[in-house]
Design a protein around this ligand. Structure first.
Ligand code: ZN
Length: 317
């Protein structure tokens, strides 16, 4: 029997099979892999080479804060690495703060703690378990006993949505084959704008397909997919980037490609890249969301809520 869910998924599969070629990387290995040549290195973001810049640090092709310890880029110099971590990754870290605590995603300094604004309530990951201290004046967590649900009510640290989007674009450019970079010269220049106020692009189209899959670590390792348009006459973006880790997926369409001149100002219909857990999770359905990351100013006091299911509640004496 076909239900609405499997029809949705079939439509997604058909769309991507018809229009895009996929390159998939599963980070399910434990030794380090290096993208690009170690000799004669040129930074793909600033175009500089030794001795005008240096390549002493190991640049993570995908941020370490989402748990990447193995995929390293030889295409990124120390200066760009340092700049991007401040201008882009910091915002991605703030956007995903509660996610990483609740899903126990360890970065350089381990799993981050999550605190309420007054710091009286907090969630920490200690000794292999999540510990929640919820203050009565500012409850960070409530139980729904009937549904076996724990609800976390938090606020994100102030962040800039467009910088989160740029961080995803930067991940895409980091894993892209070298010969493709030439199609994204304008994208690279746009990523290199240091101050958000100097980014004058007015748009509402920096959108991201996002999903949350309930349950314990449904995506146990990071998976990234680079999607490339099959033909240049299709009225679709040249490339898309999908990333899944832990309970989350993000998908964007990489802006400003020279191959996309023919789609400017055209109405484009896009669908989510299929989530393999669609309608199969015993913990409930995958929840989909369209996020708009166009805003180029700091967003404060944004709610970041989460609902987790549990089997049993044990009262500790
Ligand atoms: Zn550089």
């Amino acid at each position: 029997m076909k239900d609405n869910f499997s029809e949705t998924m079939q439509k997604q599969i058909d769309f991507y099979e018809t229009n895009y070629v996929l390159s998939i990387i599963h980070l399910n290995f434990s030794h380090k892999k290096y993208l690009g040549n170690r000799n004669n290195r040129i930074c793909r973001f600033c175009g500089l080479t030794n001795p005008d810049t240096t390549f002493k640090m190991e640049a993570h092709a995908l941020p370490e804060l989402i748990g990447n310890k193995v995929l390293i880029s030889n295409y990124e110099c120390d200066i760009c690495n340092k700049n991007f971590s401040r201008t882009l990754e910091d915002h991605f870290a703030k956007f995903t703060g509660l996610y990483r605590t609740m899903s126990q995603i360890g970065g350089k300094k381990g799993v981050p703690s999550f605190k309420s604004k007054d710091k009286k309530s907090r969630i920490d990951f200690e000794n292999g378990a999540i510990s929640i201290q919820s203050n009565i004046d500012n409850e960070i967590a409530t139980f729904d006993e009937d549904k076996n649900q724990l609800k976390i009510h938090g606020y994100r640290q102030p962040y800039i949505p467009r910088s989160v989007y740029k961080c995803l674009v930067k991940m895409a450019l980091s894993i892209m084959p070298e010969e493709e970079i030439i199609n994204f010269k304008d994208t690279v220049s746009w990523l290199n704008i240091e101050k958000p106020e100097d980014d004058k692009i007015k748009t509402d189209s920096f959108v991201c397909f996002h999903s949350f899959t309930p349950g314990g670590n449904p995506f146990p390792w990071i998976t990234v997919v680079l999607l490339k348009r099959k033909r240049d006459d299709l009225i679709l973006p040249y490339m898309s980037f999908f990333i899944a880790f832990s309970n989350y997926t993000f998908q964007i369409f990489i802006p400003f490609s020279i191959r996309d001149k023919h789609i400017l100002n055209k109405k484009i219909d896009l669908v989510f890249f299929p989530n393999i857990h669609h309608n199969t999770s015993k913990w409930g359905n995958v929840r989909y969301q369209l996020l708009n990351f166009s805003k180029n100013q700091i967003v404060e006091n944004e709610k970041s809520d989460m609902t987790m299911h549990y089997d049993k509640k044990i009262r500790k004496l």
